[in-house]
Design a protein around this ligand. Sequence first.
Ligand SMILES: *Cc1c(COP(=O)(O)O)cnc(C)c1O
Length: 325
Amino acid sequence: MTGDWEAPTHRDVAAARDRLAGHAHQTPVLTSSRLTAQSGAEVVHFKCEALQRSGSFKFRGAYNAISQFTDEQRRAGVLAYSSGNHAQAIGLAARMLEVPAVVIMPDDAPAVKVDATLGYGAEVVRYDRYAEDREEIGARLALERGMTLVPPYDHPHVIAGQGTATAELHEVVGPLDVLVVPVGGGGLLAGACLATRALAPQCEIYGVEPEAGDDGRQSLRRGRIVHIDTPTTIADGAQTQHLGTWTFPIIQREVTDILTVTDEQLVAAIRTLAGTMKLLVEPTGCLGVAALSQLSLTGKRVGVLLSGGNVDLVRYGRLLVGDAR
Ligand SMILES: *Cc1c(COP(=O)(O)O)cnc(C)c1O
């Protein structure tokens, strides 16, 4: 999907903010004196994208991309492949912009995410994520039906849209010293890089991914995009196999490091956010919080993106009580 686009910049993030104004929520930024004290930081600000429309930041990129369709593209519709949150985001953004939507989802996607996508009026096509290549399926459907594919992370308009979450955070709390961001394919992180370099040039930026799927960290170390098999982790929003051709160069240029956390650390973070901050955050959304203890944050002003809150409640309950099946 490298097409005729140019690499996105902070100006594209600013333009995305204008497009999203009045359509996306400006999500709250919360603090916890307990979590701040535990981290040693001067303050830790949590950007609550679990409270974004459709339940995650992905609404930002989806809306920013579809709203730039030509009339012809709008008529043919939008196509997406997603393990869940991008699907819901495309479903909702397409409905708001009155564009038909088809979403390709893995057959083991959480039921709550499939139902929500259907509920927004999108057509859902299922596939086996361990045996089939969703990008091939997407390309074929795009060709057959003339629909425009909006990928979950590797597209300049998606990256710029995701960057608006970080832009809001810096603007609300003032420039941060350290920003911690969950990573799957790197759209959220690449957008965060663009916004941060414009609004808080000195800020250190850390990505966090599941230990079982540390392709991002490997890619930074080796200086090229490393592909892995679909990792097994409770962070279903970060079960990506590789960073993108648009996201990686931005990440490589701007990111201080990519950290990893275990599923056990994610469960602990889920419990901390529920118990201390009364926040329902999905496993992937907890990646940033789970990594805080790895960083030396003394005296620093820290921002953490809580990226989403879409989790089946029965599964969430099991994670809370330690019966994580
Ligand atoms: C998609 C997603 C991520 C990862 O975002 P990328 O742009 O793919 O890196 C993190 N958290 C949540 C909740 C997500 O839905």
